[in-house]
Design a protein around this ligand. Sequence first.
Ligand code: SF4
Ligand code: SF4
Length: 100
Amino acid sequence: MSKLTVDNNKCTGCRACEIACSYHHKKVFNPKIASLEVQRNEVDGTMSVMLYRQLPQEIKRLRLPCDACIGEPQPFCVKYCPTGAITVKPSKRYQANERK
Ligand code: SF4
Ligand code: SF4
């Protein structure tokens, strides 16, 4: 399983990652089912992204588990983040896909 990493300093809160994730899972644009959640700090306005493994259990129940975008050459949340805030340590599977 590949490992996603988020640099919250690069996150603008555009939510493209949530949209892309829901499209990967169900071919719909519905951030409420995404495996990751974009959050805004109401005190200082900064944005952050909670990956599936970081979400509280009650939120996880409402969302689809991250499958590392199985079947895709690259995780959608990484591919469609316009700022490069989400990165992935390539697994052997992704490296194999990239060589095709
Ligand atoms: S790797 Fe795929 S399934 Fe996992 S959070 Fe990113 S877009 Fe969603
Ligand atoms: S797509 Fe990137 S910049 Fe936009 S909310 Fe997600 S992590 Fe932040």
